[in-house]
Design a protein around this ligand. Structure first.
Ligand code: HEM
Length: 123
């Protein structure tokens, strides 16, 4: 009998080391974007990077060690528009592509992150 082998997106992308590298490169892009950098002016980026690594690890099916706030509470009242969200999501996509993640896997990540828009956009 054949056994079902389920590979999580977390594993497909290369596990912890890959996610860490992606998140670091992602925030470089975000902080380099004049439309986005202001949101993070007072943010401890080391802490933010660790939190995002844990969040994405969980969202992509890896171990759940995320102990930050839920997405709505984390972003409430910041005046984030759909344009801001789409730019952040775009930087994530560009980062994934830049490290050689294939289009199918990038699309899977987009399908997971896209639905967060309604929790994150508040303006
Ligand atoms: C693509 C979807 C997004 C995801 C998955 C995401 C994820 C996160 C996570 C995990 C945190 C940390 C929460 C905590 O530790 O309690 C956070 C905080 C934050 N996010 Fe996002 N985020 C997204 C989109 C955005 C957008 C579009 C903006 C603004 C343009 C933004 C700006 C921020 C800021 C300013 C903080 C708080 C940093 C602080 O506490 O100083 N995020 N986000």
């Amino acid at each position: 009998m054949q056994q079902a082998v389920e590979t999580t997106l977390f594993e497909k992308l290369g596990g912890s080391a890959a996610i860490e590298a992606v998140v670091m490169a992602f925030y470089k892009r975000v902080l380099g974007d004049p439309d986005l950098q202001g949101f993070f002016a007072k943010t401890d980026m080391d802490k933010q990077t660790r939190s995002q690594i844990a969040f994405l690890t969980m969202a992509l099916g890896g171990p759940n060690e995320y102990n930050g706030r839920p997405m709505k509470a984390a972003h409430d009242g910041m005046g984030i528009t759909e344009m801001h969200f789409d730019k952040v999501a775009g930087h994530l996509v560009d980062t994934l592509k830049s490290v050689g993640v294939c289009d199918d896997d990038v699309n899977e990540v987009v399908a997971l992150i896209g639905p967060l828009k309604k929790q994150i956009v508040s303006a």
